[in-house]
Design a binder for this molecule. Structure first.
Ligand code: PIT
Length: 337
């Protein structure tokens, strides 16, 4: 059995490569310097991420490719590169290189091999406790606090975007800055995207977005992690968005009966409709639930719920991938199970 017992250390581990400021190599293709391997690390709205190897060093990386058919695709990638090249922190995936060959853009990123946080948490070997949840939440809040300190809002914080460094340790990193924005106090920032289940009411209502928008998502992630239930999810995205705009939610009785008041208070202070009343990342780190040693009571019932949640999500994602590929006219090798 793996217990996340080792206390999370605030000390920054050595980065795999020294922090660097990346400048996009224009009219150059990554194949000159990297071997792009056929293994897919991930696929999403953002494009496809492949495993790759730098020939000069033999080091492994993750390469995200985006075909820039529209002007907007290039602008989005340029924004992501600009944002990521200024984020240097151990809880944030690091940018290593960037290419623009005129048709396709590629960003080379730190390789993270432990998989998604929720996949790790539902592993049979993993013991879900409040303590293990705080070990993860503390790092996520720490990373988000750093992002905010750099004037960046992530805007797509969700379980899929939290990766584990290894299959056994408890260290995580935040990925996917494809939706991130720089906060400009002179401009009113409104966005119309995100993942409804984890998106704040101000996004759905097309109201002003600020750093507190990310804090709502952390509240939802924490709720799901502890209980296996998702507080706003409905049968359709539209139902989910209605639930979010109402900001009405409660602690599902059967799942939260054995959860501490501190943990509930932590979530209560994030899932607040009025963004200005939510805890900031700095306040969240000072909250008693993250400050003190949390309970080590085994939450195996909740873990079973979380497992069902993750498996259902995996299926929905697989089906959506097939639909998208069919639309592109691809032949599908159907080996889902
Ligand atoms: C890894 C390992 C892995 C997935 C990724 C990286 C993906 C990262 C990523 C980063 C972005 C983005 C989309 C995906 O927009 O399994 O090392 O900035």
């Amino acid at each position: 059995m793996i217990h996340v017992d080792e206390e999370y250390s605030a000390e920054d581990p050595e980065p795999v490569f020294p922090y660097r400021y990346v400048k996009t190599k224009v009219n150059v293709s990554p194949e000159g310097e990297y071997d792009i391997l056929s293994e897919e690390l991930g696929r999403g709205t953002f494009g496809t991420v492949y495993l790759c190897k730098e020939r000069a060093t033999g080091m492994g990386f993750a390469a995200k490719f985006v075909t820039c058919e529209r002007k907007e695709d290039r602008r989005n990638m340029e924004r992501e590169i600009d944002i990521m090249s200024g984020l240097h922190h151990s809880r944030i995936i690091q940018l290593y290189d960037a290419f623009d060959d005129g048709k396709t853009m590629c960003i080379v990123l730190e390789l993270i091999l432990g998989g998604e946080l929720f996949d790790r948490v539902i592993d049979d070997e993993f013991v879900l406790t409040e303590k293990s949840c705080t070990a993860f939440m503390r790092q996520i809040v720490d990373g988000v606090g750093y992002i905010h300190s750099q004037n960046i809002i992530h805007l797509d914080l969700k379980p899929e975007n939290i990766l584990c460094l290894s299959k056994t340790g408890n260290r995580i990193k935040i990925i996917d800055f494809g939706m991130a924005r720089r906060y400009d106090p002179k401009k009113k920032l409104q966005v119309l995207f995100g993942t409804p289940e984890f998106t704040a009411p101000e996004v759905v209502n097309f109201d002003e977005i600020k750093f507190f928008t990310d804090m709502w998502s952390l509240g939802v992630i924490c709720y799901v992690l502890l209980s296996g239930y998702s507080p706003f999810v409905g049968d359709t995205d539209l139902d989910t968005m209605t639930n979010v705009t109402l900001a009405q939610w409660d602690f599902k009785e059967e799942a939260f009966a054995n959860i501490s008041n501190e943990a509930k208070d932590f979530i209560k202070n994030l899932l607040i409709k009025d963004g200005t009343k939510r805890m900031t990342a700095a306040q969240a780190l000072e909250h008693p639930w993250l400050k003190k040693l949390a309970s080590t009571t085994d939450l195996s019932g909740n873990k079973a719920k979380l497992k069902r949640y993750v498996i259902k999500k995996r299926w929905i994602k697989a089906v959506n991938t097939i639909i998208a590929l069919r639309r592109m006219g691809a032949k599908i090798d159907c080996n889902l199970v």
